[in-house]
Ligand binder design. Structure first.
Ligand SMILES: [Zn+2]
Length: 58
């Protein structure tokens, strides 16, 4: 089963959806996206913890 994290669910007006087979894979993609498109210099443990709660099974 695929796991997804929607940028919208994080509270950002953005259509990006991070997908992966595992939570780690989703968080890795979300981190890359956040750095590239949302000017987040460093993805902290706090970010990761809050994002992890928003990951859904697709
Ligand atoms: Zn986004």
């Amino acid at each position: 089963m695929e796991k997804v994290l929607k940028c919208k669910d994080v509270g950002v007006n953005c259509d990006f959806i991070a997908r992966g087979k595992t939570e780690e894979e989703v968080l890795k993609k979300a981190s890359e996206h956040a750095k590239k498109d949302h000017d987040i210099d460093e993805v902290t443990e706090e970010y990761l913890n809050s994002w992890r709660k928003l990951i859904r099974n697709a």
